[in-house]
Design a protein around this ligand. Structure first.
Ligand code: NAD
Length: 249
């Protein structure tokens, strides 16, 4: 497929996991792709790499401007950089709340703010935010992370409304448990990682974790001109977790 031919995309958190799979997929489908990441050292050609911290407005502005100049514009923004947090409201202090909201919510705001002037110049402008089933699922031991992704969902809907008449579409994906380095780190921290992985897989309706490539495929659809009539939606990529809620398998 070459449905992204001529389109220019920026992927935040694009050095690892879902972001990397998305950057690689968009490039394979013809896009020119820039990655913005805290540590882009693993990113190689044809991807362009920019080091930036989404909590630092100046570094985000500089990276987005450099990417737009190098690519010759910007059609697609994949707002994907994010970090996790575990625990109830009693387990995370104010500093941890500020930190996670700063990365997961304000990070997307900063990147969008820097990218919007470029997206307005595009005939196929799209923003896709990486949200999570945590936004609406009421996951135990994930109060802070869930609140951050709830904010991403609301932000997606509000931005879709604000920019629809400018021709800029804004959607999000809601992944379930995705087999990325992030989840690998969580499993490695368990006393018996193999048993923990088996238990995690058993809790999935499909009996397996979602792959980063599957999330990338959904992101690519929402970013592509094929979804030109779709804005303000959240696409679940969760192995059936949400859809089958009332019919557990
Ligand atoms: P990952 O840890 O494999 O990759 C995240 C990337 O983001 C890394 O390259 C990291 O360097 C970068 N990053 C982190 N903080 C940054 C910052 N301050 N500035 C710039 N870059 C930064 O994680 P992943 O599993 O691929 O997760 C990507 C996104 O998907 C996150 O938003 C996460 O909340 C979401 N998500 C993941 C899962 C899952 O099960 N893995 C499920 C639902 C949603």
């Amino acid at each position: 497929m070459s449905d992204f031919e001529g389109l220019k995309a920026l992927v935040t958190g694009g050095a690892s996991g879902i972001g990397r799979a998305t950057a690689d997929l968009l490039a394979a489908r013809g896009a020119q792709v820039a990655v913005l990441d805290l540590d882009p050292s693993s990113v190689d050609k044809p991807l362009l790499a920019y080091q930036a911290d989404v909590t630092d407005d100046a570094s985000v502005r500089a990276a987005v401007a450099a990417a737009a100049t190098e690519l010759g514009g910007l059609d697609v923004l994949i707002n994907n950089a994010g970090i996790g947090a575990q625990g109830t409201v009693e387990d995370n202090d104010d500093e941890q709340w500020r930190r996670v909201l700063d990365v997961n919510v304000l990070g997307m705001v900063r990147t969008a703010r820097a990218a919007l002037p470029h997206l307005r110049e595009s005939a196929h402008a799209a923003i896709v935010n990486t949200c999570s089933i945590a936004a609406t699922a009421g996951l135990p031991q994930r109060a802070l992370y869930s609140a951050s992704k709830g904010a991403v969902l609301s932000l997606t809907l509000a931005m879709a409304a604000d920019h629809v008449r400018e021709g800029i579409r804004v959607n999000c994906v809601n992944p379930g448990t995705v087999d990325t380095p992030w989840v690998g780190r969580l499993l490695d921290a368990a006393p018996d990682p193999a048993a923990e992985r088996a238990a995690l897989q058993a809790r999935q309706p499909t009996g397996r974790l979602v792959t980063a490539a599957e999330v990338a495929g959904a992101i690519a659809y929402l970013a592509s001109p094929q979804s030109g009539a779709t804005t303000g939606t959240a696409l679940a990529v969760d192995g059936g977790m949400q859809g089958l809620r009332l019919r557990p398998v």
